[in-house]
Design a protein around this ligand. Structure first.
Ligand code: ZN
Ligand code: ZN
Length: 337
């Protein structure tokens, strides 16, 4: 077997056999020994391009994945999760799939598509130019044998973009689909739809409860929310702006109910501030620091309070007649129906 240390290497280009002006170091994986392979300028280009190509195809896959993942939920509001994931997967894998079909290297004999000499797994040196290989073997008294071999012009790294895209895409879709809690404070069961897409059937619930209502995910942007009874009678239609990554509350047809935020500052003897939620359409963008849904803040002595930094915010609900004075709405007009 050829020993790279102190090997006598022909001075001609290992690919085309012309005068060499450049070289590439080929490292043997088994013992980390390196052989300097001479190339002419043109052959050095196509030998080096093989690695650049792997990098370029990996990057192209990553860009396709990021572009598709970012743009699709914005261009197609109601894209379903399976279609979205398949699209990202397809876009990410496209460059890696098409890349090997494209022509590599100069193509014409005696040029190799990539490198002209490289180490194979068994520790032997593979050469594409027979005359160059024979000269190398004779000069170093190494055995030589003909074989049929092709340089592998793809790498598992090309699939890294596919994997990254498919792992990251669900998080982005989840961010674009904002959270919406819908309360049904009427007497009958309600059906909610947005832009004509049915979202949920909501059972009535009048008492304040952390589990009240239904949580749905809804695409960010301007949405038309419609609430109907089960027999199809329109209860309320609302045009609402949904913000990505945020929580929202919708309580259609609930003119006798009040909502308010209760902020308790535990550093100041658990002093509470009450801020009413006022909106004619009964649709609210909630603050990002909401701690409790439809329940009072815990008393000052409870164990979890210390770790919160001293301030907790609770979203509260009740009949306006029983609500704190500051949460009463200035004018409670009946909802448009
Ligand atoms: Zn050459
Ligand atoms: Zn060449």
């Amino acid at each position: 077997m050829l020993d790279p240390a102190g090997a006598i290497v022909p001075t001609r280009c290992a690919c085309c056999g012309r005068a060499a002006s450049l070289s590439r170091a080929e490292r043997r994986r088994d013992d980390a020994k390196t052989l300097i392979v001479p190339y002419c300028g043109a052959c050095h280009d196509h030998a080096s391009a093989a690695q650049t190509r792997v990098l370029a195809l990996s990057l192209a896959g990553l860009l396709c994945a990021i572009g598709t993942a970012a743009a699709l939920p914005l261009l197609w509001d109601w894209v379903t999760a399976p279609v979205y994931l398949l699209s990202v997967l397809f876009a990410a894998a496209l460059p890696a799939a098409v890349g090997p079909l494209l022509r590599t290297g100069p193509g014409a004999h005696p040029h190799a598509p990539g490198r002209a000499a490289w180490w194979t797994r068994g520790g032997g040196l593979t050469c594409t130019n027979r005359a160059w290989a024979t000269e190398l073997a004779h000069a170093n008294r190494a055995p030589i044998e003909p074989c049929y071999v092709r340089e592998r012009l793809w790498s598992p790294w090309m699939l890294s973009a596919t994997v990254m895209g498919v792992v990251a895409a669900p998080f982005w879709l989840s961010y674009q689909r904002a959270e919406l809690r819908v309360l049904n404070l009427t007497e009958s069961r309600l059906v909610l739809s947005a832009d004509g897409h049915p979202l949920a059937v909501i059972e009535p619930s009048s008492a304040e409860s952390p589990a009240a209502g239904v949580d749905v995910r809804i695409p960010a942007g301007r949405r038309t929310l419609e609430v109907r009874t089960q027999d199809g009678r329109m209860v309320q239609r609302t045009s609402a702006f949904v913000q990505a990554g945020r929580q929202h509350l919708y309580a259609p047809a609930s003119p006798t109910f009040c909502f308010w935020l209760e902020t308790t500052d535990y550093a100041r003897q658990a002093a509470s501030q009450v801020e009413p939620l006022v909106d004619e359409d009964r649709f609210w963008l909630l603050p990002t620091d909401l701690d409790t849904w439809f329940a009072p803040n815990p008393p000052a002595a409870s164990p979890g309070v210390r770790s919160t930094g001293g301030v907790l915010v609770a979203l509260r609900q009740g009949r306006c007649a029983d609500a704190p004075v500051s949460s009463r709405l200035p004018s409670l007009s009946p909802k448009r129906e």
